[in-house]
Design a protein around this ligand. Structure first.
Ligand code: SAM
Length: 333
């Protein structure tokens, strides 16, 4: 009885009702409520105090501002409030307040818009304060089907494997160098990543079964391998129907120093040759994106990203050499 009396007493004032309707829709500062209600601060604050004492408001401080919002009260209060709301659905004061609230929200949006209009292209340097690259990479993977299985071919020290596994993908990382795999293992361990399956093996004879993964990457690997065409054919074999093969490497170049300093076998590749590898591997929908070196370093050649897919239907002309269910040919690490 006493609690009902309190509820009705709280709701008996029209200003408090207006406040409740507004604060149910939006979290608002006292100054914003003053504008909508066209009332003095002392009046607004007094009513807010009564509502807060009744346990109906959540209060949040931000700098010099204090924001209020209706709590999600339960029980008797909720029932009475639902009844009040529906019986005052078409109340003209409520409609007027809703329009004034719309103007307040538009003013908030204008503040943000003007700020970005003023900043414009400077945003790229300002955004660095967020240090949000890792988060962004993680968010991007929400676009990727969960649990996607990916092979990182020629994983080296496992940089890509770490990023992919950290983002929740199931990664098999392959390299023919035991030392590189050891380095990758140490890097993954120190990052607390235990899910990557490290396997030793050659790109032209990958230690994976047919269709064992959904996607295969080779990042800056093919300019080291004796037969890049065989490598792409193997990558096509290990992805399932509809799977993706991605190769990142250098476009053909004349930087002799790379042979001596970096031990490369090929000075990049002409795009025609890249196209032939993918065609011969039975991959479809090839897309090639070339990035000139100037933006990175004039000493470095241009790079390309080549992406293609295996036909989605079952029994698509697979370039398999080992037949269905082929077993890994080399030991797991
Ligand atoms: C330049 S590193 C790139 C590493 C890594 N993908 C990255 O982008 O950081 C090339 C890697 O490919 C591996 N590699 C070269 N030829 C290979 C082959 N025939 N089979 C397997 N791995 C190979 C090397 O051991 C080395 O770790």
């Amino acid at each position: 009885m006493e609690s009902l009396r309190q509820i009705f007493k709280t709701l008996a004032d029209p200003t408090r009702l207006r406040l409740l309707f507004l604060l149910e829709r939006e979290e608002l500062a006292v100054q914003e409520l003053m504008q909508v209600l066209e009332m003095a601060q002392s009046t607004v604050s007094r009513h807010l105090g009564i509502l807060r004492d009744a346990g109906l408001l959540r209060v949040r401080r931000e700098g010099t501002f204090v924001y209020y919002r209706l709590t999600s009260a339960e029980g008797e209060w909720r029932e009475v409030w639902n009844l009040t709301r529906s019986s005052l659905r078409d109340d003209p004061t409520r409609t007027r307040d809703a329009a004034a609230l719309g103007a307040i929200l538009e003013a908030r949006a204008v503040r943000t818009r003007s700020w970005f209009d003023a900043v414009g292209p400077e945003w790229d340097s300002l955004r660095r304060v967020f240090h949000d690259d890792t988060q962004r990479a993680r968010a991007m993977t929400r676009l990727v089907p969960g649990g996607l299985r990916v092979a990182d071919i020629g994983t080296g020290t496992g940089i890509l494997a770490q990023e992919l596994a950290g983002a929740g993908l199931r990664v098999i990382a392959v390299d023919h160098s035991r030392r590189m795999l050891d380095a990758a293992r140490r890097k993954l361990e120190s990052a607390g990543i235990t899910s990557v399956d490290l396997r030793i093996g050659e790109v032209h004879d990958l230690p994976l079964r047919d269709a064992e993964v959904d996607a295969a990457f080779a990042h800056m690997v093919l300019h080291y391998v004796p037969s890049p065409a065989d490598a792409v054919r193997e990558m096509a074999r290990i992805v399932g129907p509809g799977g993706t093969v991605v190769v990142v490497d250098f476009v053909q170049h004349d930087r002799e120093w790379m042979k001596e300093k970096l031990g490369v076998m090929w000075q990049g590749f002409p795009m025609e040759t890249v196209r032939t590898w993918f065609e011969q591997a039975g991959l479809e929908g090839l897309g090639i994106e070339v990035t000139e070196s100037a933006a990175r370093s004039p000493e470095l050649p241009a790079t390309f990203i080549a992406t293609a897919h295996k036909r989605a239907e079952e029994n698509a002309g697979s370039p398999s050499r080992g037949g269905a269910g082929q077993q890994p040919k080399t030991t797991r690490q």
